[in-house]
Design a protein around this ligand. Sequence first.
Ligand SMILES: *[C@@H]1O[C@H](CO)[C@@H](O)[C@H](O)[C@H]1NC(C)=O
Ligand SMILES: *[C@@H]1O[C@H](CO)[C@@H](O)[C@H](O)[C@H]1NC(C)=O
Ligand SMILES: *[C@@H]1O[C@H](CO)[C@@H](O)[C@H](O)[C@H]1NC(C)=O
Ligand SMILES: *[C@@H]1O[C@H](CO)[C@@H](O)[C@H](O)[C@H]1NC(C)=O
Ligand SMILES: *[C@@H]1O[C@H](CO)[C@@H](O)[C@H](O)[C@H]1NC(C)=O
Length: 954
Amino acid sequence: MITGGKNTVQREFCFLLWMCFLSVCLGLDNKLNPHWRQICPRIYLSAFTSFAPRGNQSAGAYSKKDDIHSLEECITSCCEEEVCNVIFMHDSTCYHITCVTSELCAPLFRPEPKFGKHVTMVLVQPVSPTETWGEVIESAWADDYRNKDLSMEAAETHYNCEVGLLVDCPVNEVCVQLVTHSRNGICQCVEEYQRNSTGLCTPIYSQGDLGGRTDTFVQEVTSSRPIKQLVVSAVSKEVRLPENEVTLSAFTVPAEQPGEHYKYEWTALAQPEGVNSGIMNDQNGETLKLSHLIEGLYMFKVSVSAPGAYGETYANVTVLPPMHINTPPVAVISPSSQTVKLPNTGAVLDGSSSSDDDKIVSWHWELQQGPLGYQPHLQDTSTLQLDNLVIPGNYTFKLTVEDSHHATNSTTANITVLKVTDYPPEANAGQDIIMYLPHNSLTLSGNLSTDDRGIASWEWTKSPSDQDKAVDMQNTRTPYLQLSNLEEGMYTFVLKVTDTSGQSSSAEVHVFVKPPTNKPPVANAGKDITVSLPQTWVLLDGSQSNDDNKITAWKWEQLRGPSTVAFSASNSSCTNVTELTKGEYEIQLTITDDNQNNASDSVVVTVTQNKNAKPKADAGGDQAVVLPVSVVVLNGSRSSDDLGIVKWEWIRESSSLALGRVIANSDDSPMLMLTDVVPGRYVFRLRVTDEQGATDEDTVSVIVKHDPHLNDLVELTLNIEGHMLTKAQESSLEMKLSLLLRDEAEIHVRELRTEDRTGRAVIVFYVERRNGKGILPGPVVVSRLREKLMQDSGLLELSVANIQTAVCQNNCSGHGVCDQVTRLCLCEAFWMQNLIMKHLGNGDSNCDWSILYVVIVLFISVLLVVGCGWGVVSLCQHACARRPHKRQRYSLLDEGENDAMIPRASHGKIMLSQSDSDSDVLFESRKCRQNGDARNGHGKIRNGFVKPGRRIKT
Ligand SMILES: *[C@@H]1O[C@H](CO)[C@@H](O)[C@H](O)[C@H]1NC(C)=O
Ligand SMILES: *[C@@H]1O[C@H](CO)[C@@H](O)[C@H](O)[C@H]1NC(C)=O
Ligand SMILES: *[C@@H]1O[C@H](CO)[C@@H](O)[C@H](O)[C@H]1NC(C)=O
Ligand SMILES: *[C@@H]1O[C@H](CO)[C@@H](O)[C@H](O)[C@H]1NC(C)=O
Ligand SMILES: *[C@@H]1O[C@H](CO)[C@@H](O)[C@H](O)[C@H]1NC(C)=O
């Protein structure tokens, strides 16, 4: 078939052309009706007009669907089938193809008229889930090309044609579309035909090549071929598992002649579904060997071909399930025995739990033994329902079950039917009842009545002797009888109860209706009251309440109102209601009589304000306080108004001291709080305002007195930061101080604070002698402590920076004031410090000297000095006139004067400087005393400072 002259370039070109042509045809896929994808998502492509499966009939098992006539139904049904790969519609006949392989089902162009518009092919799912139709078709095209290249090459001469017009092309040719959406095409040979050298399409077979193609669809075409028919026969086989191997043999008539070689080809058309559903050996031999078969039907086709001869046949292999060994059933009845107590007559026997290895096909019940006269008709069901076991006795029922292999088994069950005595009921209508009018209704209860099987009916009646007595009866056929509108007198009611077997019993109950014994009380809280402010109370009287007997309890309570009122006596007939304010109150009186009957009544009290009374201010009265005091409180809360004070104002009068701080904005609250007060007089005016704007004022004065212990207070400054001082240190200091003072002294700590500039801790205290000997004056305490601390500065453990009275107690000689901070005197005009006393005396600042006297003394001193000088000069002049030894005397006098002056001047200088520099030295060490000053120590401390300058001098 392949001529050697063709070059490869041309072949490649032809292959591309062929692919192109097929793609164009397969382009029909684009026209796939979208609706089909909805009904079958597995659908791949469709509508292959002029196409048929490549394998033709041997492509797989064709199953014809006689009941389907539309393409959509055909697709839907194929989609639902597991084994359907492709559908093939011929006219309106639907075939489902179960393909042998996907390749055999791949579409092949069939230009013959009978494959024209009559057929449609839809690819649904490939045989193997790992394949895709796209790949399958592509590999099929490549095969086609190899087989077809000759015919394509022969198609060098062709006719243009119009697609769809069958008559357009010569015999054995069809018009093939070249471009999608175009009807222009070329005439080409139909399938299995090729152009011969004269340009006519001739069958390929006529050239002696079968090509393994067996095509029954073109049988009409091929039947005219001169092919010898082979008669092939194969015997179907049946095997039973566990045997799973079988061989199929094909016989041909005529048989294979020597030198002749028949070609066998076995194909499986159908096989049971399953993973490894069999293995075929010798597929191309005379005998097919099958192994690993599973239960089900296998269908095979064998085709035998020889040059110029062909035949085929079909054979089945049926694999039967393994032989079954039957186990007989087991009959079970539950319950196996039971007791039925009359009057119950029903029972159920359940045989459905009988078991079998396969299946129970029938149940049969029979009465094996029973009391005489019992002739049941028993249904053959798995569960037997009996309903007429009326005769007491022993019944035995037999159940026989039969399985699918007709094996049987049986069992029995017993039912005992017992007759039980039914006792009559016992009626109980309850106990007799006394009631008092006006109560005139009642419920009688018969629920204490009993019966062994339960009471079936109840009946309440009035005793015949009471027929003329009026009463309304309800629910007479229940256990609970409701009576109403009873009248005074005695009633008898009869309860009759009946049980299920008609036995009955009766009981009586008596109801005594007595005349009324007590009327409920009537409460009267009095008439509504209106009062006007400033009256804020009202008297309520409930004594008009009455009862036929006696009221035992009274209770007043407030129902509503703008404020909560107070009752002077809420449990008596009269009460005084106080703490009323403007508005409307409702107050209820509840009374109880000796029969616990209650009644209540309420009274409305309206409080009006006809005219506004102005408020009354009360600043709390004058007061005197003694320092120290941390806060002075002025209480104006006793101020009053008929309705209420809305505004408080505390105003400091102009005559009042200005010092003193109002805290927490208390100057607009009822209580004024004042801190940091100083001795003197404070005057405040309280102004109160009521809701209507009326005001009233009251003035109060507070006299703040000096601290009586002011002069006794001692300030001890410690060399420790105020925030470092612990309570323990402070307590121990207190104890040590009292020990130091020895004088049975008790330390009263007045204040603990920090020094403003240095932040050092300062303890302010005074000392009280024990046994009521009074207070130790501050200066005394200071001097004593200084003395002790001079001797041993470590006595207090904590280092002491300074000790002094809390206020300066220096009177500055009556001519000046002491500066509280520096402790120096600020002298009045014409007065000055006594310098001698200051430096030689106790060192205290003073204002001893009158400047006038000092000036006079100085003047006189100057006069004296001048006078003396003049006298000396005069004497010298007088002497010199007689003795001329001036020079020697001068030098001697100079030396002496210098000797006397220089030390004095330098002493003075040292004293000054040392006095300055020592102002920060405290309680200088024992060294000072070693200098011989111990005996003068007392006099040398001024305000706690040692004055070594003076020591040097002495
Ligand atoms: C080609 O086929 C036609 C029709 O079958 C036949 O008449 C003609 O002789 C053939 N030509 C050749 C060269 O085989
Ligand atoms: C094989 O079995 C199928 C289905 O039972 C039946 O239609 C067919 O006729 C059988 N073929 C043979 C050769 O027995
Ligand atoms: C029924 O069986 C019980 C024992 O199962 C026996 O006592 C009784 O007599 C039997 N009754 C009749 C009527 O046979
Ligand atoms: C029914 O089955 C049980 C259990 O297999 C067996 O014991 C009994 O004999 C069987 N009865 C009949 C009547 O076969
Ligand atoms: C039923 O009763 C008979 C005798 O009355 C006794 O032999 C048999 O065992 C009983 N069967 C059952 C299942 O109780």
